[in-house]
Design a protein. Sequence first.
Length: 294
Amino acid sequence: MEGHVVAGYDGSPEAVTAVRWAAGSAKRLGVPLHVVHVWGLAGHLDAPPLSAASAYVRSGAQEVADEGAEVARLAEPGVEVVAVLDDGPPARALVRRAEGAVLIVLGRHGSARLSGVLLGSVALGTVQHAPCPVVVVPRTQVDPAATDLVVVGVDGSAHSLGAVDAAGRYATGAGARLRVVACWQEPTRGRSLAGWLRENPGVPLADLARTRAEEAVDAAVARLREQRPEVQVERVVEEGPAPHVLARHAEKADLLVVGTRGRGGFAGLVLGSVSQWLVARASCPVLVSRAAPD
């Protein structure tokens, strides 16, 4: 596989966990790992009062980058690891370093963690703007036993098909099996249902919702069988709130994959809000894909 994995590192416990996970992922995918530490005050490195101390500060910052690279080498000795020092706003710098990358991996929180904040600003900004899929790793993810299972949530939208493509690429590179999950709930009545009700008079809303979820899974499985025939795929259609259903399946997975937006409304799966909930709370790493294939 071409490309590389990028891992953000700031010395925090969350970053240590993320770098270890990134190293394992780089090994499974057979690509190098770039451990990136970002320093500086909004990129103005020569502005007073940093100008006199910039060389000293840069030296210390390089030590942090080297420390992160050493964490990766100790976790996975066979992986090619590069320590990278960058400057500027952290999310912007990480997005820039993600050009040509397979994945960018971050801890759920960083050194600027605030009490009560579910997702760090750097992670959130990177998820919103990165040119490649972003994996957010919870601090609790410390040296888990691999299950070789990737879970992907779908709802039939273009963004969820992008998530399917990302999940398929990762499962192929990692030699993992893939579980496609669609959730449904009986929707509340509203204008978004008017078209469905006109086209399906007399059909219970629960049946319509379940059928829509089944169609989403069938489309995803057909896409995977065409594009990734070597990947073992299983299908799940389950009633319940999407965040809770997907989080439950993620408890036994190496990776959960979601898109940034979903169909919403009738489908009952708005992956914009669902992805944010899962990134902030899921027990396993969450890969967020922004791609939306035609």
